[in-house]
Design a protein. Structure first.
Length: 286
């Protein structure tokens, strides 16, 4: 009986080994993959939220097969994977390529929106709500995020993304202005009063509706007084402050519901954004 059991176990292991060998024989080496093979592997990784693998297969697909319906889908999958994998610059580059290649694509509003979200991610931090201020980061990247949201609002004013984009534009408008205020403050703290005054004047000229204008005017008044220019300081206090208080555009406070809606719109769904790889890149958007 023991001998029969041993033989039975050997047969089971042999059968398992045979199946494994057969599976290895049927799996094609990557050097023989077609565009459909690359896309299948990329989609499987995407559906399982394996962003690193999605990036790996997506990059190879676009390198070997840069044109066709699979490549068209790969741009979107790859951009979203970059965004989720915390590579916003790569996401922006991929989305810019997609926008250039498919200027009348049916999901173009989503591509523009994700590009803006990726730009925002470059100047955002987990600690911004408590410790850090995103306005102290790169002014160029802040302007880029503002311009990308502006593009969403202007090109697709009736889309579901436009409302979020317009709210974000006010937020970034004020952040950029606050960045300029910090520069003026830097000069003031080093007693470069004339430089601080000129910087505040530039701030008022560029961003007259920003909240930071009011802080800038207070700093300008203090700089004038330290220079002994009392009439100018009084004019700032009595005239300019009252004037600009009436036209300041304060950003709307983002509730949790707003933040959740913002994140929902960036989510990518194959069922929503694809039709079995049959894109309608000539379909009118307006």
């Amino acid at each position: 009986m023991k001998l029969l059991r041993l033989l039975g176990l050997l047969l089971v292991f042999a059968a398992a080994g045979g199946c494994s060998t057969l599976s290895n024989l049927t799996e094609k080496p990557e050097s023989q993959w077609t565009v459909a093979d690359y896309y299948a592997h990329m989609k499987e990784a995407f559906d399982n939220e394996q962003w690193e693998q999605t990036i790996k297969y997506g990059e190879k697909l676009l390198a070997y097969y840069p044109y066709g319906k699979e490549a068209e889908q790969a741009y979107l999958d790859l951009a979203y994977a970059y965004y989720k994998w915390d590579e916003p610059q790569s996401a922006i580059r991929t989305l810019n390529d997609f926008i250039r290649l498919y200027p009348r694509h049916r999901v173009l509003p989503w591509a523009y929106y994700l590009r803006a979200r990726a730009a925002e991610a470059m100047v955002s931090s987990f600690f911004d709500r408590w410790i850090t201020d995103p306005a102290r980061r790169s002014a160029e990247t802040l302007r880029q995020a503002f311009n990308y949201y502006k593009a969403v609002a202007e090109k697709f004013p009736n889309s579901e993304y436009a409302r979020v984009a317009r709210r974000k534009m006010v937020i970034f408008y004020n952040r950029i202005a606050r960045h300029d205020y910090y520069v003026a403050e830097f000069y003031f703290e080093r007693r470069a009063d004339l430089a601080a005054i000129e910087r505040v004047k530039a701030l008022i000229h560029r961003y007259p509706h920003a909240v930071a204008v009011l802080d800038g005017l207070k700093l300008m008044e203090a700089a004038y007084r330290r220079l002994g220019m009392t009439p100018q300081a009084d004019h700032v206090r009595d005239v300019l402050v009252a004037t600009y208080e009436k036209q300041v555009q304060r950003p709307e406070r983002e509730t949790r519901r707003m933040q959740e809606r913002t994140r929902q719109l960036e989510r990518y769904d194959h069922g929503t954004h694809s039709r079995s790889l049959r894109w309608s890149d000539t379909e009118a958007l307006y």
